[in-house]
Design a protein around this ligand. Structure first.
Ligand SMILES: *Cc1c(COP(=O)(O)O)cnc(C)c1O
Length: 393
């Protein structure tokens, strides 16, 4: 079995491009060009240069000694939290802005929920001097004021989505509407391994720099290329896809995906897509998503905004269905406790998304000789308000 995408744009039975006819030319232009552009020497040179000098890559692979001692196994943290803008999302937006330039696009649109992808998109648009429009639900605008301010400072226009539940899925609908109306001059930067083919594959390739670095860095630290386990949190699944990428077809490397259980899987307030989801179509691809009996998308919940998504990307749906990855769900409380533990054992304040990945150590026992790499997808600065409220600091 293969875990990478096939030439029709599917991972197993998941993926594809289920889009309205009006969007077909936009997506088709991208599909026909993305691999060719990504393989150009000039593209690779510019991408790698920016990852190095602007993002600050390679991100360290850090042996967390005190955490390792606590859990009696060897834990390495892949420090995506040290990237410019504080998370892995910038790897993808750098790649896509260069793609947009090569395609001759003069205008960028994006959707954002909590604002992290909006900030990463506004950042690269400022870097390149390209117009940036970010669609964001009206409710999210109200609850994510610092990120709205960041986007504005970076020169982006933030347009409120006022329909439906006024959150991420409505912002996505607005972005798609915009793209249909502006097919020639606009590129739509999607923020995770979701959306119609070729987005999941393109984003996974841009994020695959994470696993490429893990291989090289493990060689230096341990004299081996592969860890025994890789653990990553999954919202849409881009940091996980990046951390898994070069190990996908190497079954010796075990993959663990961590989803947000919110208040608990049975609570009706969660984002544990693999357990609760059924096959369906969301944002242009066939995947697993949380839905009602009659196919309406269920509003997800997690304390962590980045995991608060009702679906997973098609790669992850396939990794789940095939058993290639083990899926674990972690509640708000478990994640917050693990986040605090990392602060106090290692002096690192993690994003609450990443804290979900760390909580896997309380669910699963590893051997003392195992090498376990955790994707520390982002830093906790953005979550300070949530930490303060939760722990009454
Ligand atoms: C957005 C975000 C995530 C979730 O997105 P994926 O596409 O699943 O990686 C995880 N961690 C951080 C820090 C984020 O900002």
């Amino acid at each position: 079995m293969s875990y990478t995408i096939n030439n029709k744009g599917y991972y197993g039975e998941f993926g594809g491009a289920y889009i309205p006819e009006m969007l077909y030319p936009n997506v088709e232009e991208l599909r026909q060009n993305y691999l060719k552009i990504m393989s150009e020497k000039g593209f690779q040179k510019e991408f790698n240069q920016l990852l190095k000098d602007y993002v600050g890559r390679p991100s360290p692979l850090y042996l967390a000694k005190r955490l390792s001692e606590q859990y009696q196994t060897k834990i390495y943290l892949k420090r995506e939290d040290l990237n410019h803008t504080g998370a892995h999302k910038i790897n993808n937006t750098i790649g896509q802005i260069l793609m947009a330039k090569r395609l001759g696009k003069k205008r960028i649109i994006a959707e954002t929920g909590a604002g992290q992808h909006g900030v990463a998109t506004a950042t690269v648009c400022a870097l390149m001097g390209i117009e940036c429009i970010v669609y964001m639900g009206e409710i999210d605008i109200a609850r994510q004021a610092p990120n709205v301010a960041r986007m504005k400072m970076l020169g982006a226009t933030v347009i409120p989505a006022t329909s439906g539940s006024k959150t991420l899925k409505d912002a996505t609908n607005e972005a798609i509407r915009d793209w249909i109306n502006n097919p020639v001059n606009t590129h739509y930067i999607i923020g995770s391994v979701v959306g119609p083919h070729p987005y999941p594959d393109m984003v996974a390739r841009f994020q695959s720099v994470i696993s490429e670095e893990i291989k090289n860095q493990l060689m230096v630290h341990e004299g081996v290329e592969k860890p025994n386990y890789i653990i990553a949190c999954v919202g849409g699944g881009s940091n996980a896809a990046g951390a898994y990428y070069h190990f996908l077809n190497d079954l010796e490397v075990k993959l663990i995906a961590v989803e947000a259980a919110g208040h608990g899987i049975e609570s009706g307030e969660s984002a544990a897509t693999s357990v609760l989801g059924k096959e369906g179509i969301i944002h242009g691809s066939k995947t697993l998503l949380m839905q009602t009996q009659d196919g309406q998308i269920t509003e997800p919940y997690s304390i962590s905004a980045g995991l608060d998504y009702p679906g997973v990307g098609p790669m992850h749906a396939h990794l789940y269905k095939s058993g290639r990855a083990e899926f674990i769900s972690i509640t708000d409380d478990e994640a917050m406790k693990s986040g605090m533990k990392l602060c106090q054992l290692e002096g690192i304040i993690p994003a609450i998304e990443s804290a979900h990945a760390l909580a896997a150590f309380d669910k699963k026992t590893f051997q003392s000789q195992d090498i376990v790499v955790v994707s520390l997808s982002g830093r906790g600065d953005k979550d300070l308000e949530t930490y303060i409220k939760y722990f009454d600091l």
